[in-house]
Design a protein around this ligand. Sequence first.
Ligand code: KG4
Ligand code: ZN
Length: 366
Amino acid sequence: MRILGIETSCDETAASIVDDGKTMLSNTVATQIDIHKQFGGVVPEIAARSHIEIFSSVIEQSIKDANTSWDEIDAIAVTNGPGLSGSLLVGTLAARTLALSKNKPLYPVNHVLGHVFANFLVDPQPEFPMLALIVSGGHSQLALFNSPLEYSLLGQTQDDAVGEAFDKVAKIIGLPYPGGPSIEKDAVSGDPNAYQFPKARMPKRDIKVPMAWVDAESTNDEQYTVQGSYDFSFSGLKTAVLRKVQADCGKDYRFPSHQLSELLSVEQRKNFAASFNRLAVETLVDKTMLAYEEFSPKSVVIAGGVAASKELRRQLTEALPIKINYADFSLCTDNAAMIATLGYYYSQQNAPSDPHLVTINPNLKM
Ligand code: KG4
Ligand code: ZN
């Protein structure tokens, strides 16, 4: 089954063609990063307008790169949430129009769940039960999957997403948007132990998953219940960095935070980048290891923009006793190949949606 995936939830206009949820024929991504960089973050109105301007050529390019034609495309999958409403509207309306005019089944899918499916473009595909750490600009979640569409959320952030913390800390120390890649670059030549920031301690909660997911012998409908602390919190870490920068610069909260970075030396900036990078990643790895030890999954995957972090891959590879088949870096940040792949699995279990009725949901939950 050949699926055209469409993704416009934030600042990437993307289209991709994937066969049977595993063979990627094309992956076209037009990023708006350079447009938004000058504002230090994504400007929603500009993002929506840019999607409109470039959408048709991205679709055409993707079909051309895949060396295919509309006749050979079996269905369309589109991100309808979560994301920026203006951006989601452009992609969703365009996908509805294409589904009607080309007479193709249409499958709206969840962007965050989509990130996980970038890992199904890797050979061999991950085995189930699978533990997924989903870390992007808008989400930080740990989920246990028993099959592609059968999952249970173990924990999530209670405030900022980890990618958001990277972006905000980058701004504080004077590095360009998006924060993840620029912090990573500076961190390479900084001292990761120069500053000690606190790790958020999250309370334990009752986590329930079907018994059969953790015990293959079990065939009953019993629930496996465990007290676990798999939630995240990153806003305290961001504030701790801000306070330390203020202290190092001899300023307090009355000094405009956007001018602080001008007072930092290059060495200080690199040390802040390296220390924050280490601690943010350590927090993700700690929680992933807790869940790994509790649920003994057959595979672990990381997904979302922050999954492109080399430090995350390094620390996780060191901590886990099993091998991770990481997805290519280009499949971690927003793309449509992951949407086409999720669309395939979704289509195996669900009827297509009526194109007239597909709406966006900017707050769509997993
Ligand atoms: O998944 P994504 O492209 O968009 C959302 O759905 O949010 O993730 C973007 C986020 C940004 O916050 C960016 O700073 C972060 O991913 N990111 C990274 C790295 N590359 C991108 N964070 C840490 N290290 C990286 N190498
Ligand atoms: Zn994303």
